[in-house]
Design a protein around this ligand. Structure first.
Ligand code: GLP
Length: 241
């Protein structure tokens, strides 16, 4: 594991954007695994700025998002589909059809899960998987449980996740209770993994993820076993390590 300690959110966003830019310089048709949440907003802003300055070309990039809420379509402002469009896709030269997000409103979720795993395989797996960290240790929406789940799956969100994500909704009851998430398999099979964490609220869980024994009760801890993991974390997130 390579740890890049940074001062604050802005520096994390810059460093993470540089990391992704380096990946696209090396392989312009990279398959990027993408994440959402507040952690990523600054980083996507930096990628858009690089693109606008003519430094970054997305024309051959393909992306696979980690997760989506069940019951929200991409036109819903709270959906991760909408988030991705707003913060990244509509500002860069990605081709329609080259970005993929699990469908939260499909009739048959099980079918959608199998189709998403098939898509990941068809694209040849993930070159660089970007991740944030839930306060309960989730990556994507792989929530704490008895075992790691390898494939894309339907999941009931933990109460802590619902509470943490309520800040994006007007009322807590509006936070969907279920999600569809990529499993641990493609994340661990990615050629490079990049975990970003900032702020005090991530300090205790980041310590568990990086320094305590690997356990499905702290899903992000499996990243200790990833052969090519980089962690970019700010002073507050690293304050307990
Ligand atoms: C969310 C998402 C994750 C995200 C994480 C952290 O619930 N499912 O993909 O990385 O939790 O969110 P935030 O960056 O807002 O702290």
């Amino acid at each position: 594991m390579k740890l890049i300690p940074v001062k604050n959110y802005d520096e994390m966003s810059l460093k993470a954007a540089d990391f992704i830019a380096a990946q696209l310089m090396e392989k312009k048709d990279s398959v990027l695994g993408l994440a959402t949440g507040s952690t990523m907003i600054g980083l996507y802003g930096e990628l858009v700025a690089k693109h606008k300055r003519g430094e970054l070309d997305f024309s051959q990039v393909k992306t696979l998002n980690l997760d989506e809420y069940i019951g929200l379509s991409s036109s819903d402002v709270q959906s991760y589909g909408y988030y991705m469009k707003e913060y990244l896709f509509k500002h860069v030269n990605m081709k329609e059809g080259n970005y993929h997000i699990p469908c939260g409103v499909c009739q048959d979720i099980e079918d959608e899960c199998r189709a998403y795993d098939f898509l990941i395989k068809t694209l040849g797996g993930i070159d660089l998987q970007l991740m944030g960290l839930g306060v309960d240790g989730h990556i994507g929406f792989n929530e704490p449980g008895e075992s790691f789940i390898k494939d894309t799956h339907f999941i009931r969100l933990d109460e802590t996740t619902i509470k943490a994500n309520a800040r994006f909704f007007e009322q807590e009851y509006q936070v969907p209770k279920h999600a569809i998430t990529m499993g641990i398999g493609p994340i661990m099979a990615s050629k490079k993994a990049l975990l970003c964490a900032n702020g005090k609220s991530k300090a205790a869980i980041l310590k568990k993820v990086l320094t305590e024994p690997v356990s499905p009760l702290v899903p992000g801890s499996i990243l200790q076993l990833h052969p090519n993991l980089t962690v970019i974390a700010d002073e507050e997130a690293l304050s307990e390590i």
